[in-house]
Every structure is written in structure tokens, then in C-alpha cells.
Ligand binder design. Sequence first.
Ligand SMILES: Cc1ncc(COP(=O)(O)O)c(C=O)c1O
Length: 481
Amino acid sequence: VSRPELILALPEDDQPLYLRVARAIEDAIRGGRLRPGDAMPGSRSLADRLGVHRNTVKNAYAELIAQDWLRTQPSSSTFVSPTLPVMKVRPSSGARDCGFAMPALALPPADNWAHLGGAQLNFWGMDPQLMPVKALARAYRGALRGREVPPLDYHPGRGHPRLIRALGAMLSEARGLPPDVDLLVTRGSQMGLSLTIRALLRPGDVVAVEEPGYAYSWPAFALAGVRLVPIAVDGHGMIVDSLARVLTRTPVRAVLVTPHMQYPTGVTLSAARRLALLTLATRHRFAIIEDDFVNEVRYDGPPVLPLASRDPTGVTIYLGSLSKTFAPSLRIGYVAGPSPFIERLTRIRALVDVCGDSVLELAVAGLIEDGELQRHVRRLTRVYRERRARLAGELRARLGSAVSFEEPAGGTALWIEVDPAIDVEAWAAAALIEGVGILTGRLFFLDGRPRPYLWLGFAGLAEDQLGAGVAGMARALQQLR
Ligand SMILES: Cc1ncc(COP(=O)(O)O)c(C=O)c1O
């Protein structure tokens, strides 16, 4: 591995030059930039770099050898003393704290889910084995070497025109959106949501969200000074009557919903509630932010068309993502909505990100155009259906009446109600000791207080791992009892 060139800043003082060179090297060792055993540059090359005489460097080395910072070998190479303790990487000079005023900001804790990181079996995430890496590599090659000039320059706008066309065709054919729908390509739906917040909301505005709901989105609202009002969810999705009651007291600027597969419960918003929600939005002129993050993965029943496909009054802002059907790290999402809104979003996006990753966008357009993405989703859905059945079977067999759940018609997780006699948080902590990571109900509620639910994702674990994971959960439960 080639190491970066050593850069030394000589202290500005009246000491002899060779001592200043020696102190700069000592600082580099203390700061961890030079580590025990590292070879030092030859005296000539370092002297050239510093613009000093070679003897100055030789004298500095001699000084540091005398103090045992450096050693030398018979072959005359010089290296950092291998017996020094490894220093922490921390510059000996230079500030760690802000020297400028930084106003207070209520950021959410960064480590809300961090305690789960260490498990061998995690009931969340994706399975890298299932990702179509070869197809993506081919598509990238195509994007860079194809007949079109590779899109390497700045390209402000809504995204690569071919991806806009391919997504537009997909949304109108498979999801009933208008064929000429206005679209902006974003880096994942989280960016679509953040841009929407910026474009639409002002401090003090009220937004209604599902509870339990997509907690990862909530801090983005909080950061903008927006107040969230929770609306409860039952077996038919968000209880729209509760929203109607809130509207009699408080003007609501927007409602965030996951109508197709409610996150995290997996239920579908009933037809009556869909109509009621669209009617309320039209009457009260609020926006419906429809998060349809996992539309394609459906096992049972006919596909349910998005609210955005039945929106004559232009009240929906439709967020989509390839995170669940391709890979979360690709960061491809999109926003569809009324033209003036997409225009505004596009202009804000240009200020945040200038333009998207156009090579990736062209590659993904190719994958959609030649049907590769659609074939991949069909494969994924087959595998996930088996995993859903396996997880459900294991839970029934090993945990019995401790848990109850419905198998969701789509998506990648089970939402599980836990016997209220069981301390869910203690169970999750015991499971972690068994090497199994599970998400508990409190992570999906605004107040973060314990709730008798578990969210178990089955997309990231192979069938035998799902079995092993549930076995670990059962052992953990046994210990609690
Ligand atoms: C409810 C919900 N919306 C959206 C997303 C996708 O986010 P992104 O497209 O930013 O990766 C997820 C991913 O977990 C999700 O659970």
C-alpha cells in the first residue's frame, strides 16, 4: 500500500532550524501520523520537500535518535522507534472544538439503533447475496461505454432523461399514474422527503404522521421546526376519522402516509379510507405525502394502486425508491407530483446537490428498459415469499402464544404483537446476548416509550438463519422466564 507523503509543518519560533524539524516530526509521531516502525523518508528527499539543507534533516534525525523517537539501522535507514506506545490519532496542535459560534440545534440522537449493531443475526437489512451485482456492473459499463456520450458534466435538471422516461413508463403502466406525470429523480426517498419539507413547510406548521410509523422520517420534520401530530393505525391503515377530528381543531399542512403497505404494520389502507383521505386533503388543501417505498414486493392479492393514481385535484406528492428492490446504497428515488411543485423541488435540489449521479441514473435506466430490474423484483419476491413463510412458521413453532401476527400481503417484515406479560425491551436485550438483533415497538412511536411489539425483517436473512434467529429469541425468552 503506498503511504501518503509525510507533510510537516515547521513550528514558527527562534529555535535552530534542525530542532524545529525535529519537533515537527515528534508532533507527527504524537499525532499518530507516523506510527511505531514506520520508515522515515531519506534525508535528501525530506530536505528537498522542506526546502532546507540535507544536514539540517540529518541533525534533526540525530536529535530524535538520541531521544529514542527514531532508530536507525546499520543499512542507515531511519524509522520510528518500534517500542513507542501507539499514539491516539489526535493532532497535538489544532482545535477539536468549534472556534465559531454554533447555535443550538435539536438533532435527534445519532445512535438510536446503534446498540443493535453487534449481533450476528439481524432481523433487518438486505441480503447482499440477492443483489444483481453483475447486471449492475454490465449496466455501468454500458452507461460509460455505450453509444451515448457518458454523462459526466454538470446537468442540472430532474435527472437523466432516459431514467425519467423509464420511471415514468413504469409508474404509468404498473401503478396507474398519468403517463405525463412530472418526476424528479432524487438520491433515495429520504432526499425526496427532505426537499418536500423544505419546499412546503415552515416552522410551526403541523404535519400528521402515522403511529406506529416511519420514525426515520420524523427528525427531518423536527429539524425544520415542524410539529408532528400522531394518527393511530389499525388493521385498515391510518384511522382517517382521527385525522378528520384533528382537522377540526388544527390546520394541518401535510400528512405522511404509507397507504400501500403501512410501515411498520404492513397493512393496506382500505378503499373507504383512501377516498376519505383524498376528500379531506382536497377540502382542507393539505398535501398527502405518499411514501410508497416498497410497492413492487407484493405476495397476495392484486396490486393496490397508489393514491397518486386517483388524484384529480393534485393533492398527492408521491415518493418512490429503489432501495428495497435494488439496494439501499444505490440512492435512487423519485418524487412525482403537480408540475409547479416538482419545478420548485427541482430548483431546491440544485442548491443542495447540483445534480444527481448521472452515470448511475443512466445505468439504472438501462436496467429498467431491458426488463432486468423487473425480472430481479420477481426473483426477489419469490425468495421473500419463502422467507416470510419460514419466519412465520418458526415463530409459531418456537414462540407460540408469546407472539401474534398476520402475514403481510407484501413488504419485507412482520409486525408482531407480544404477550403484554413479557418485557419486550428485556427480551431484545437478552436476544442480543444470544447474537440476535431485533427491533422493538418503541422505535416506531413518537414518544419512544416501550410498546409490546416487535418488527422482524426477513429480507436480510436466509431461511436457515431465520430459523437460527428465532431459536435465539426463544432461548432469550426462556431466560427471562
Ligand atoms: C417507510 C420507508 N420509507 C422509505 C424508505 C426508503 O428510504 P430511502 O429511499 O431513502 O432509502 C424506507 C426504508 O427503509 C422505509 O422503511
